[in-house]
Design a protein around this ligand. Sequence first.
Ligand code: NDP
Length: 309
Amino acid sequence: MDNLTIIGSGPAGFTAGIYSARALLNPLLVAGTLPGGQLTQTSDIENYPGFPEPEGGFDLMMAFQKQSERFGTRILYDTVTSVKLSNEGPQEIQLAGGDKIQTLALIIATGASPVWLGIESEKRLMAKGVSACATCDGAFYRNLPVVVIGGGDTAMEEAIFLTRFASKVTVVHRRDQLRASKIMADRALHNPKISFEWDSVVEEITGQNEVEGVILRNLKNGVKKNIECKGYFAALGHKPNTEIFKGLLDMDEVGYISLKGQSSYTSIEGVFAAGDCADHVYRQAVTAAGMGCKAAIDAERWLESKHKT
Ligand code: NDP
């Protein structure tokens, strides 16, 4: 029987590992399908406090991992396929490799995944101009043109944010009406640096080693058009990685895990959540790390009160 199992190896998971290992809980961390999480998919991180110089996303996550291993976090390179959760506990975790884990406390830090168009050039130019996070990567496009794909609140927010840096922001939307709230839409529509390509889809992102432009196709008249840009921001929404917990834990309608008040407590005793799987508002590495810390402290206190040995 394990004391504490953490599912997920992004900033939230590893921070939970650091804190709980230092509290001598001997945590087991299941790394999941994308060890290191979303940050391993970006290039330089400039907004993680404590790093005055840009740090590679992959390197930053390796540092998180090393720090959590230094205190004894055990890392398992496997994926969780299903869980059985109950208020009585212990919690049961089935791994893809065949093993089963039983654990007194569980921290879910499975993150969220940006929605992509799924075209080949998006993958090829990932982190070479292709991004799904303006807050993370916007500052790399000072005085350069960028495109934002999508018509929801995220797309408007990203487009408005990007006008601080970019010379021009083009929003590409597949319809002629925005999904975004009126206030956000108005702000974007009235921003002189933002222009719109309506009824349009991206056929391809051009460039070999960096983004050079996008080829758009107008869905109403079939006309193709090339737009020059150095940055491509997918703003098609995010999907929390919480499929395996559906029906077992309280979630909002989109699938983000509901937390009790300011804590990391979920609707099941002994099960805690941290990071993007439970936060659709901030979604930053530093906030995820903070939530991981909270979850480890909550789990430690819960174990102390319920399972004092
Ligand atoms: P949404 O689902 O609201 O919007 C996604 C956008 O992407 C839509 O315009 C959709 O087009 C478009 N899209 C999706 N798939 C494709 C595709 N395959 N090809 C082309 N276009 C596509 O996601 P958001 O992340 O924008 O928002 C999620 C939630 O978070 C919303 O409730 C939103 O209000 C909220 N939010 C609030 C903010 C705020 O208040 N400051 C900021 C950000 C988000 P279509 O419209 O045609 O479906």
